[in-house]
Design a binder for this molecule. Structure first.
Ligand SMILES: [Zn+2]
Length: 466
């Protein structure tokens, strides 16, 4: 086994601390043993049951917290039978544990003692947990806007958390600087060991479906690590003659930051970076995914698609999932929300991957406060003329009224009119931003405004009187 550059084809020794070629190209591991059912360790109920198909020396002890072998739960969504792959039940609450367990195992075996990483949250938490388990020290560069809950989780494992202000890309720049100064980069984006851990999800699905591949898999996509892991795993099963065709792979992004979906719409072979907009789906807020070309090729080969959704649809799906007992973060709900857009293209019993736990996302009000602060800065509201502020208030009032009527005063999810929910979302942020700029309790102001509206409409005999 060794590493090979995907740009210049140069070979490198199998060193887990090397994350790219000297030419800057990305690396892959060549010579990994093929997947063979006879080599499965059936007594092991973690992803290490597949260790014979992983790039590890045979006598090596894995750094493990019991990751993988997550439940595959039968469910139904708007009349569509499906299966939910509960990746949020992994030890740190996300699918990233698969890659982190693999990478930290390899790093520890190579004698590495300290690593750095940049992450919007889940990958950082996974790396922090597995380095703690393996006795390594980690420093994680996190965008300052990342969920405070995730930052707290990373710190709890004993890793050093370095919040970096600005867009996600700033955290990436900060970690590159540390790497130039000699740190080992345990990157969930670039390390070729990470996708080796991710591919085990495909093996599991094959086993859980009694030796078959699903017809399609729907997953959120940011960097594309999970989607590429699925692709690699199913490709290995295909090469081994264990399945007849790849499942159709569908990747879902948030409209506010959707470089892959934009490239897909243009039928382009590669992505063009986009401006990093605000979205509640922070796990897929990646403006320039370095594996974009590979993700697009994998989706195309599988017969799938990439699409992007508004936050309103994601929020509705998250709420609806919780009502059915699945407590996941907004990024996970993206994949479920996409089902309404994929009718007729998924075949029997699609698999939807629930990637991260609901414990990871802060309550909506905390999320608002974060976004309000950004909104206030972006629009310079603290210095805006009063007339401008009054215009915004009036817009908010109109949008709020529309949404209240369409959703029967919040008693129904506005699934039939998702754009309305987005308008309300935008309007609410404006309102909250104004409240904060004026030094008013933002949540209180919002609740009071909505209550007042409802009372008035009920009095007029509107839709709220039932
Ligand atoms: Zn190269």
């Amino acid at each position: 086994m060794n590493l090979r550059c995907s740009d210049c084809a140069r070979s490198w020794p199998l060193d887990p601390s090397r994350y790219c070629c000297d030419c800057g190209g990305t690396l892959e591991i060549v010579g990994v043993p093929s997947f063979a059912p006879a080599l499965l360790d059936e007594r092991d109920h973690t992803l290490w049951r597949y260790r014979a198909a992983l790039p590890l020396l045979p006598d090596l002890t894995p750094v493990t917290l019991g990751e993988g072998w997550t439940p595959l739960v039968a469910a139904e969504w708007d009349g569509q039978p499906l299966r939910l792959k509960a990746e949020y039940l992994n030890p740190t609450g996300s699918f990233k544990d698969r890659g982190a367990a693999m990478l930290v195992t390899a790093l520890k075996a190579a004698g590495v003692r300290e690593v750095v990483e940049d992450s919007s949250g889940n990958a950082g938490a996974a790396l922090a947990a597995y380095t703690a388990r393996g006795g390594l020290q980690a420093t994680i560069y996190v965008p300052a806007h990342a969920s405070p809950v995730k930052q707290a989780q990373i710190a709890a494992y004993g890793a050093e958390v370095v919040p970096v202000p600005g867009p996600r890309a700033e955290a990436a720049r900060a970690v590159r600087q540390a790497v130039r100064e000699g740190a080992v980069y345990a990157s969930h984006v670039y390390s070729p060991f990470y996708p080796q851990g991710m591919k085990t999800i495909a093996f599991e699905l094959w086993e859980q479906l009694s030796g078959r591949a699903p017809e399609s898999v729907v997953t959120p996509v940011g960097h594309g690590g999970l989607l590429l892991g699925l692709y690699h795993g199913f490709t290995e099963l295909l090469s081994a003659g264990l399945i007849e065709r790849l499942p159709r792979l569908f990747g879902v992004q948030a409209q506010a930051c959707a470089p892959l979906a934009r490239a897909w719409e243009r039928r382009a072979a590669d992505v063009e970076p986009v401006e990093e907009g605000e979205t509640i789906a922070e796990g897929v807020r990646i403006a320039a995914p370095p594996w974009g070309r590979a993700v697009l090729a994998a989706v195309r080969e599988s017969g799938g698609a990439v699409l992007a959704l508004q936050d309103g649809e994601t929020l509705s799906a998250q709420r609806e999932l919780a009502r059915r007992g699945f407590y996941v973060e907004p990024t996970s709900a993206l994949a479920v929300a996409a089902l309404n857009h994929l009718r007729g293209r998924l075949g029997d019993m699609p698999v939807v991957v629930l990637t991260g736990s609901g414990f990871k996302s802060p309550p909506p009000t905390a999320n608002w406060q974060q976004r309000v602060a950004t909104f206030v800065r972006r629009h310079d509201l603290l210095h805006a003329p009063t007339a401008h502020a009054l215009d915004l208030v009036s817009e908010v009032g109109e949008a709020a009224k529309e949404v209240l009527l369409a959703t029967d005063y919040g008693r129904q999810a506005p699934q039939s009119r998702p754009q309305l929910a987005d308008e309300l979302g935008d309007a609410l942020y404006s309102l909250l931003a104004l409240a904060e700029a004026c030094g008013v309790d933002a949540d209180g102001a919002l609740s009071a405004a909505l209550e007042k509206y409802e009372r008035r409409l009920v009095k007029q005999g509107g839709a709220g009187s039932k």
